[in-house]
Design a protein around this ligand. Structure first.
Ligand SMILES: Nc1nc2c(c(=O)[nH]1)N[C@@H](CN(C=O)c1ccc(C(=O)N[C@@H](CCC(=O)O)C(=O)O)cc1)CN2
Ligand SMILES: [Mg+2]
Length: 284
């Protein structure tokens, strides 16, 4: 089998086009536009690129973005003060704090300070708990985006054997919860998993999010599996590769996401989706 490509750029463009229409119809009715506060601390070059891309996506959709660029030496107490101000601001619907934060700042404390109603990244323990319990809430963008991509394959997730490789708080764990919500039979693999190849080989859906270039070998993949690669790794030669050995995996998979142009663009599209959702929830 040779896999069909799950084109994250195209799917995210569809989602953003739909959001553009939604926002246009809100503002045509005289309502204010949704507003996303974008907080970036420090000068990590990749973070600057991601934040710019998020602000550009806001602009295209008609979401107002409120930039807060802070010095890398910003004290944790000052950042908390800013979060509190944004939590209180009537006209701010979503708060995004770009990660990673500088080492002297406790990221968990900051993410836990954001009002769950404005937590458009879906990282607050309350939103994670809601996902775990099948209750409505803001859902972490990357796993949510993966679910949207799986919908595009027109293969039912319910009843499928899904293997998530990686158990991070922002990808692996919430991804497993999303797949469970969709009624898959889910296995979460971590760094201590014995015989990873065998686990992956049983999967009808594989989601890789471990942050190790081409760690999941193509010959581990079962014939016809759907392969979702969340990894984005920059090699010394400048090439960008995922966590899956793409060419070999594509020989066996039915669908596969490329890197770049796969899950990455979906993360930003779902952030925009969550911002509009947070706005709507705050209007009632
Ligand atoms: N507060 C958050 N911080 C971080 C998140 C997040 O979701 N919320 N995720 C990552 C960074 N990130 C968004 O913030 C992100 C990374 C990559 C992409 C993307 O589209 N990548 C492109 C390739 C880009 C390149 O050439 O380097 C792709 O995959 O096609 C989008 C979003 C950590 N921090
Ligand atoms: Mg820290």
């Amino acid at each position: 089998m040779t896999a069909q490509i799950l084109d994250g750029k195209a799917i995210s463009a569809d989602i953003r086009a739909d959001l553009t229409q939604q926002v246009a119809s809100l503002t045509a009715q005289g309502q204010r536009a949704p507003c996303l506060a974008v907080v970036l601390v420090g000068d990590d070059p990749a973070s600057h690129v991601y934040v710019r891309n998020k602000e550009r996506a806001c602009e295209q959709i008609g979401i107002r973005s409120l930039p807060h660029r802070l010095d890398s030496a910003t004290a944790e107490t000052d950042l908390i003060e800013l979060i509190d101000t944004l939590n209180e601001a009537e006209d701010v619907d979503g708060i995004l704090v770009q990660l990673p934060l500088p080492a002297h700042i406790d990221a968990d404390r900051i993410l836990g300070r954001i009002s769950p109603a404005k937590d458009v990244d879906g990282f607050h323990p309350s939103n994670i708990g809601r996902l775990l319990q099948r209750r409505p809430g803001l859902r972490p963008c990357t796993p949510y985006g993966v679910i949207k991509m799986l919908e595009r394959t027109n293969t039912a997730v319910a009843g499928k054997r899904a293997v998530v490789v990686g158990a991070s708080n922002i990808v692996g764990r919430p991804m497993a919860m999303e797949l469970l919500l969709a009624n898959a039979t889910v296995t979460i693999c971590n760094s201590k998993t014995r015989d990873l190849a065998e686990e992956v080989g049983r999967a009808e859906i594989v989601v890789a999010g471990i942050g190790k270039p081409e760690f999941v070998r193509g010959d581990w993949i079962a014939e016809g599996a759907v392969v979702i690669d969340v990894g984005i790794n920059r090699l010394d030669d400048g090439r960008l590769v995922g966590d899956v050995e793409f060419e070999a995996a594509a020989q066996r998979a039915s669908w596969i996401t490329p890197v770049p142009g796969g899950v990455g663009p979906m993360t930003i599209a779902m952030l925009m989706h969550n911002t509009v959702e947070a706005y709507r929830a705050r209007q009632v």
